[in-house]
Each structure stands twice: as structure tokens, then as C-alpha cells.
Write a protein that binds this ligand. Structure first.
Ligand code: HEC
Ligand code: HEC
Ligand code: HEC
Length: 149
């Protein structure tokens, strides 16, 4: 065999062995346990504390039943309680722990409602400069039933 071919084959061998060696160092042990991802991540995710209780638990018997049915019948029914009130799992499992107050700033409502060219024109939007005389939105709109429907 020609010497330059020998050298090329030798170099290829070094690259392959090097690849296998480095791969064995960097691939986590649990990779491939259940599929093409780190098996340990399943346990790590399971250990995260649950922070959101879900809107339905707010409407439970003896809780905010009336408010819940007003909201569920409104155009804000797709905006979950905890979107405005923050994560409230602690409050749901122990009513003595109060959730933090809802964000009632103009900027917060504006995240969804300030006019933006990128938003579909059918989505209700306002111009913050001219709408609502700089008052808080809840001064005129009920956040739980923002309009008559
Ligand atoms: C769009 C934002 C938004 C959503 C969605 C929302 N809230 Fe509120 N909520 C507020 C704001 C703002 C206040 C402060 C009161 C005010 O100024 O009207 C408030 C006040 C409250 C209060 C205390 C005052 C009262 O009216 O008794 C309760 C309880 C409450 N919300 C529960 C809920 C529940 C339960 C849900 C879901 C079914 C919900 N909220 C959904 C924004 C929201
Ligand atoms: C996470 C996004 C989000 C936030 C935050 C939010 N809204 Fe909404 N809002 C919506 C959606 C979605 C609708 C329903 C749009 C539809 O039916 O086409 C809506 C509908 C409305 C409407 C009804 C408009 C109409 O033409 O009937 C008003 C008014 C309104 N919101 C006011 C508020 C106020 C006031 C706040 C703050 C307390 C607020 N929104 C916060 C998403 C949001
Ligand atoms: C002074 C009272 C007042 C305040 C404060 C106010 N609004 Fe309104 N809002 C109205 C009235 C009245 C209408 C209906 C007439 C109109 O479209 O201007 C309305 C309409 C809307 C609509 C429907 C627009 C459409 O074209 O469908 C949205 C969305 C809305 N407001 C969001 C907000 C948000 C978000 C805030 C806070 C940044 C706010 N409003 C503050 C009185 C108010």
C-alpha cells in the first residue's frame, strides 16, 4: 500500500477512536434510557413544585363560585385566573395563604390589548395614549367580565 494511503487510514482510525472516546465522556449516563433524551430529566421535572392550581379549582364549591361562573361566561374565559393573579397553588391547598394581589396596572392589560400592527385586527385593541384617560383599566372594565358578553 502507498505510504500516503496508510497515513490517511491511520488518521481516520485516530479520528474514529477519538470520537468514540470523547462521546463516552460527554453523553450523560441516562441518555437513551427511554428514547433520544436524558432519562434523568423525567425525574428532575417531576420534582419541580407545582405552582399553578388551574382556574377550575378557583371555582370549587365554597370558593369563588359566583365569580368563576361570571368569568366562565365572559370573553375573558380564555384568560386563566392565574394569568392575572399569579401562581396560586399554595392558596388553593391552604386558604389562609393569600395569593399576591392581581396585577391591575394599565401596562399589564396592555400586554394583550395595546394596539400593535402585528395583532390580528379582529382582536380588541386600544391606543394607550387616548384610551381611558390614564386611569386604571379596572376603573371602567370588570377584569372578570370585561364587556357585556
Ligand atoms: C384579566 C385579569 C383577571 C382575570 C383573568 C381574573 N382576575 Fe380576579 N381580579 C383581577 C383584578 C385586576 C382584581 C382587582 C379588583 C378590581 O380592581 O376590580 C381582581 C380581583 C379578584 C378578587 C378579589 C376582589 C373581588 O372581586 O372579590 C378575587 C377573589 C378574584 N379576583 C378571583 C378571580 C378568579 C377566581 C378568577 C378566575 C375565575 C379571576 N379572578 C380572574 C384581575 C383578573
Ligand atoms: C393574556 C391576555 C389578556 C390580558 C392580560 C387581558 N386580556 Fe382582555 N381579552 C383577552 C382576550 C383573549 C379577550 C377576548 C377577545 C375576543 O373574544 O376576541 C379579551 C377581551 C377583552 C375585552 C372585551 C372587548 C370587546 O370588544 O368586547 C376587554 C374590554 C378587555 N379584554 C379588557 C381587559 C382588561 C381591562 C384587562 C386587565 C385587567 C385585560 N383585558 C387583560 C386577553 C387578555
Ligand atoms: C374611563 C373609562 C375607561 C378606562 C379607564 C378604560 N376603558 Fe377600555 N373602554 C371604555 C369604553 C367606554 C369602551 C367602549 C368604547 C370604545 O371603544 O372606546 C372601551 C373599550 C375597550 C376595548 C374594546 C375596544 C374594541 O375596539 O373592541 C378594550 C380592549 C378596552 N377598552 C381595553 C382597555 C384597557 C386595556 C384599559 C387600560 C389600559 C382600558 N380599556 C381603560 C372605557 C374605559
Amino acid at each position: 500500500m502507498q505510504p500516503h494511503l496508510k497515513r490517511a487510514i491511520f488518521l481516520l482510525g485516530v479520528v474514529i477512536v477519538g470520537f468514540i472516546f470523547i462521546r463516552s465522556l460527554v453523553v450523560p449516563d441516562s441518555y437513551g434510557q427511554y428514547g433520544a433524551y436524558r432519562g434523568d430529566s423525567v425525574y428532575e421535572n417531576r420534582n419541580f413544585t407545582v405552582e399553578y392550581a388551574g382556574s377550575q379549582s378557583c371555582g370549587d364549591e365554597n370558593c369563588h363560585k359566583t365569580l368563576y361562573s361570571i368569568w366562565a361566561d365572559s370573553r375573558h374565559k380564555t384568560v386563566n385566573c392565574e394569568t392575572c393573579h399569579g401562581p396560586s397553588e399554595k392558596h388553593v391547598s391552604n386558604v389562609r395563604i393569600m395569593p399576591s394581589p392581581a396585577n391591575d396596572s394599565r401596562e399589564f392589560c396592555g400586554k394583550c390589548h395595546y394596539k400593535m400592527v402585528a395583532r390580528p385586527s379582529s382582536f380588541p385593541q386600544i391606543d394607550p395614549e387616548s384610551h381611558g384617560e390614564n386611569l386604571k383599566c379596572a376603573y371602567c372594565h370588570n377584569p372578570h367580565k370585561p364587556w357585556f358578553v
